[in-house]
Write a protein that binds this ligand. Structure first.
Ligand code: AMP
Ligand code: MG
Length: 402
């Protein structure tokens, strides 16, 4: 059976970042930059005051001390957003607000706290170091320097930087469109009455929530029974999106019609069945630009396959260079049974212990289990050929972030 590694490689080869579009800065939160951005000006743009204080010539205050304060004639206040009307001449100063441009002639700002005023004069109780409390033009970012590169995730800090340089629009990879279909004649939606042989479509809601964590625009195609004609119609609609995610109907049961119907619709099978536990019957295929995942109906299996195979594919199409989920190492608190042959993703609870992570495998690991998902904040990843790890052994875990 196909290994998880090989399945990942097949998926990766099929996925490219979505072609970029121009987007307003406001609407680009969480999207990935598709261009490099240069500083079109210095930042800060002009020498400005880091303090509320007085703009002075340091030479004027050489002899100032607590015992022998030196007086300068105050020429008025420079508020932020205004320029001084005249330069600072010997023996004079300007009161200056944080962020205001340092006037010509001044080379230093003295903080208000080391001064006192008497009439038109300000008394300085300390000789400042020349240049202190001035933020220099370009000291943070030099004009022309490269500030953001393609592949950067636009979050608060990046938005601030783009705004600071006046970029009202940026080139980004747009959000992905994903169609989501739940299959199974036993399924009913959350607002429908439920009979003895029914089960509510929890996967539809779970997968929609997972997709939203990658900012996908989700189109819910609802529930379709295990009926080839009904399936054909609904799957056809889903093939217009970037991704089509199908829950259920990809196993080897008599009523698992998803694969033959997808084949009918021209979807090329790239793999079916992967050596992963849980989640073995996963299907991956492609038609034109649409990538199709058939996920097992069992909720825990569906969740694991989403995290291990689907999420990295979504992240790569979003334009993220680091599309693989981060792993970390944790010490196992209990032995974890593991049969060789498949990569095992056991649900676990991860906890920081001050200087290392500990992970506790949850007791109930059934692929149909919802309770184990509720308590899990990590998947413990055991390679196919590893021996079952014992208490105290270090294992690889994949934190569940969404
Ligand atoms: P299947 O993959 O279609 O063979 O389904 C495997 C198991 O998952 C069965 O017990 C189904 O009842 C259950 N299942 C299938 N689809 C869903 C769903 N959308 N929500 C919750 N459970 C489901
Ligand atoms: Mg089914």
């Amino acid at each position: 059976m196909l290994s998880v590694e090989k399945a990942k490689a097949i998926i990766e080869a099929q996925v490219a970042p979505k072609p970029p579009v121009q987007q307003s800065l406001q609407a680009s939160r969480g999207l990935v930059l598709a261009e490099s951005v240069e500083a079109n000006q210095a930042f800060p743009l002009f020498d400005n005051s880091a303090m509320d204080g007085y703009a002075v010539r340091a030479d004027d205050l050489k002899g100032a001390s607590r015992e022998t304060p030196v007086a300068l004639l105050n020429q008025g206040l420079i508020p932020a957003g205004f320029l001084a009307k005249r330069p600072v001449q010997a023996g004079t100063c300007f009161q200056i607000a944080t962020g205001a441009a340092v006037p010509e002639g001044a080379d230093t700002v003295v903080m208000q706290e080391s001064t006192f005023t008497e009439g038109q004069h300000v008394y300085f109780r300390r000789a400042p170091h020349q240049g202190e409390n001035i933020r220099r033009r370009g000291e943070d970012i030099a004009p022309g320097s490269s500030v953001l590169s393609p592949g950067t995730l636009i979050l608060a800090a990046q938005t601030a930087l783009l705004a600071a340089f006046g970029y009202s629009e940026v080139k980004v990879h747009p959000p992905l469109t994903v169609s989501l279909l739940s299959t199974g004649s036993e399924l009913v939606d959350i607002d429908q009455p439920i009979g003895e042989s029914h089960i509510r479509d929890s996967n539809g809601y779970m997968l929609a929530t997972l997709l939203q964590s990658e900012l996908c625009e989700v189109q819910r195609l609802g529930i379709v029974p295990d009926d080839p004609d009904a399936l054909r119609e609904r799957l056809h609609a889903g093939l217009q999106s970037d991704f089509l995610l199908i829950s259920g109907g990809v196993s080897v049961g008599e009523h698992d019609f998803v694969k033959p119907v997808l084949a009918d619709l021209g979807v090329e099978e790239l793999f079916w069945r992967v050596a992963i536990k849980p989640g073995k019957p996963v299907f991956f295929g492609k038609r034109q630009q649409t990538l199709v995942f058939g996920l097992p109906g069992n909720p825990a299996a569906s969740y694991v396959v989403f995290e291990v195979l689907v999420r990295p594919a979504l992240r790569k199409m979003r334009g993220l260079p680091d599309f693989e989920s981060p792993r970390l190492k944790a010490v196992l608190t209990k032995p974890l049974p593991h049969r060789t042959g498949r990569t095992h993703y056991a649900r676990g609870h991860l906890q920081w212990q001050g200087d290392h992570y500990e992970v506790s495998p949850l007791v109930f690991q059934g692929s149909h289990s919802l309770s184990s998902l509720i308590d899990a904040n990590a998947l413990i990843e055991l390679p196919p050929n590893a021996a079952a790890p014992k208490t105290g052994e270090t294992v690889t875990v994949l934190p569940l972030l969404a």
